[in-house]
Design a protein around this ligand. Structure first.
Ligand code: C2E
Ligand code: CA
Ligand code: CA
Length: 617
């Protein structure tokens, strides 16, 4: 037990012992003067003062947070010698006074020795290496003294003194065990018996102080299990706990000697270790360790006859003594770990500065996005959709965010952030309202469209209020005829949701008149059988396939296949991202009906669209 609490405890004992020695020491000096042994008593007292000064220096010399492990060990050794010396001084005064039985000073001497032993056993209980020798230093001379009396009562006192020694040792050991137990509970995790966050942070700080002196490097691995929550939620916490224990066993098996492993909480673990003279070697070792850990963790687990598979995301940061504190490095590893999660989990990343800049800019975007709606910074642009004759048949509404500090932010950037923060519900609602209002206004201005498409994010779609909000807005802005022009674009990720509920909601909205389009078709993983179950009206060929048309044989095959398939499924087909006449011609030749892309027009503001519409008709 060598952590901050331990040192704090030791530290507090120094002034206690100095005060307990300097003041009663004066009494002994006085007694010595009264009984004619002033000179030896005075010398003794000078020694007490000297040792006290030494103790005071030790007291001032401890600064736990900045000391390296080596310096702390040195401090501790000196501290031990200080205590041995102090208690030896008390044995010395005992030896001096116990001979003075003519003046009855020996009573005082005997009492002093017993008192000092009691003080030692209680003050030093936290450390076996301190209380054992000091109790012996104090009690053995007393036992010998009683024994040397040579009379029957001397032997009785010897027996008593031995018993007292045993009791003191016993009491000190019990307090010590209790302290150790409390310490263990405060520094370890109950479920896995690994060190906890509290201990780890302290350990890391110590390591960093040492690295600061040696200018070496260590690594820090932050391990987060992927989809552990699913196991917990679907199979129960008992299975989850057992799985965690198995994970810990595997981690321990892979752990290089001398590395420290701790559980930060939940399904997060952290490892630090290694002493490397150069940074590159440290990075190599860290990545190798991380890869071994991932490979081992991915092997099948059998818990309660369930066969489970999990993977892990690991963030690595390299630590050195450079000024920072332990928390900074844990945060760096955390950022790297989140980067792994964002890139699809099951992997390892090393922290770098560019990563932290990205995180910061993301946080800033997130913060500003919260005010975007209130400040009316989100608007809609509209990209025309045309048929093969060039008639404008519809538009797709695309969100735009114009911010004073960030400038124009792409929806590809802010929509995912809005989804992750839950802001998409409010934002989506605003987009729906703006879209519906525009459709209404255009209709009143004599613009006749077949369809008006709005992108719906999955998180927005699955929100419990979605249906009610759409119904309320439709009620407010659109009559039955206009509602039938609405198309909601959803993406293939929707099939990862509760498919039956998705179908239910889609059918209810279809009853209102709304049609559905599968956006970015071909980029996701949805199977045909799923696709067939969804009540879709339209497929949008992803612009990646369209742009591949000119130069890749596969692009052409892919587009032809999608068009054939949608014909079989009786779905309307829209090609997006059409940029050239060649692409357009190919798509027309293969039976595509609706076209959207820069070849015809960029997304336009509402006014721009009105002008464009009037020019084309
Ligand atoms: P998307 O639904 O696939 O939208 C089409 C994107 O392609 C738009 O980008 C559009 O400007 C762009 N585009 C159109 N024609 C061409 C072309 O010929 N060539 C190329 N290279 N690009 C073309 P934008 O507006 O930046 O939107 C990006 C994505 O953001 C959208 O992809 C959509 O997933 C999402 N998004 C946009 N608005 C909304 C919205 O209101 N709600 C939701 N949930 N998502 C939106
Ligand atoms: Ca779209
Ligand atoms: Ca698309």
């Amino acid at each position: 037990m060598r952590d901050k609490h331990f040192y704090d405890f030791l530290h507090r004992q120094i002034p206690v012992l100095i005060v307990l020695s300097l003041f009663p020491g004066l009494g002994y000096l006085f007694l010595g003067w009264l009984n004619g042994i002033f000179v030896p008593a005075f010398i003794w007292y000078l020694l007490v003062i000297a040792v006290s000064l030494w103790g005071y220096r030790l007291y001032r010399g401890l600064d736990f947070d900045t000391m390296s492990e080596g310096r702390r060990d040195r401090w501790y050794r000196q501290y031990s010698w200080f205590f041995y010396a102090f208690f030896t001084l008390w044995t010395l005064i005992f030896l001096l006074y116990v001979g003075q039985d003519a003046y009855k000073l020996h009573y005082i001497a005997i009492f002093t020795e017993i008192g000092a032993s009691v003080v030692a056993s209680s003050l030093l209980a936290s450390d076996r290496r301190l209380y054992r020798p000091t109790i012996f230093i104090l009690m053995v001379p007393l036992i010998v003294y009683f024994f040397l009396i040579g009379e029957w009562y001397g032997y009785v006192l010897t027996a008593f003194a031995c018993t007292l020694t045993w009791v003191l040792l016993y009491a000190a050991r019990s307090s010590h065990d209790l302290l150790m137990k409390a310490y263990h509970q405060a520094t370890h995790d109950g479920l896995t018996s690994l060190y906890n966050r509290h201990y780890f942070v302290e350990h890391l700080q110590k390591r960093m102080n040492s690295l600061g002196e040696s200018s070496e490097f260590s690594y820090l691995l932050l391990i987060d299990l992927d989809h552990f929550k699913t196991v917990n939620d679907s199979l129960g916490h008992d299975v989850g706990d057992r799985l965690l224990q198995d994970v810990v066993t595997r981690l321990q098996q892979q752990l290089p000697a001398g590395d420290v492993l701790a559980r930060l909480g939940g399904d997060e673990f952290i490892i630090t270790g290694g002493d490397f003279g150069d940074r590159a070697a440290c990075e190599r070792a860290a990545l190798e360790l991380a890869e071994n850990l991932i490979a081992r963790l991915k092997e099948a687990y059998v818990v309660d006859s369930h066969h489970l598979y999990i993977s892990a995301s690991i963030g690595v940061s390299i630590i050195s003594g450079r000024g920072a504190n332990a928390g900074t490095f844990i945060k760096e590893a955390d950022i790297a770990m989140y980067e792994v999660k964002a890139k699809g989990r099951d992997g390892v990343f090393m922290f770098n500065e560019e990563m932290s800049a990205r995180v910061e800019s993301r946080l800033e975007t997130e913060r500003l996005l919260h005010f975007a709606l209130g400040n009316d910074e989100i608007t809609l642009h509209f990209q025309p959709q045309l048929d093969r004759t060039g008639r404008i048949v519809g538009v797709e509404a695309l969100a735009r965010w114009n911010n004073a500090t960030l400038g124009a932010v792409s929806p590809a950037q802010f929509i995912p952030i809005a989804e992750q923060t839950g802001l998409i519900v409010e934002l989506g609602n605003h987009i729906l309202e703006t879209g519906f209002r525009t459709l209404r206004a255009w209709h009143d201005a004599g613009i006749e469209l077949d369809q008006f498409s709005i992108n719906i994010s999955m998180r927005q779609f699955t929100h419990l209020d979605f249906e009610a909000q759409v119904a309320a807005l439709a009620q407010r802005y659109l009559d039955a005829g206009l509602r039938r022009k609405l198309t909601f674009e959803i993406t293939e990720s929707i099939v990862a949701e509760d498919i039956n509920r998705v179908i239910l909601v889609m059918n209810r909205l279809k009853a209102v008149g709304i049609r559905f389009s599968m956006d970015d078709f071909g980029t996701g993983y949805s199977s045909l059988s799923y696709l067939n179950r969804l009540p879709l009206d339209e497929l949008k060929i992803d612009r990646a396939f369209v742009s591949a048309l000119g130069h890749q044989e596969e692009g052409r095959t892919m587009v032809a296949t999608i068009v054939n398939m949608s014909t079989a499924l009786k779905l309307k087909i829209v090609a997006e991202g059409v940029e050239t006449a060649e692409q357009f011609d190919f798509l027309v030749a293969h039976g595509c009906q609706v076209f959207q892309g820069y070849y015809f027009s960029q997304p336009l503001t509402s006014e721009q669209f009105l002008t464009y519409y009037r020019q084309r008709q």
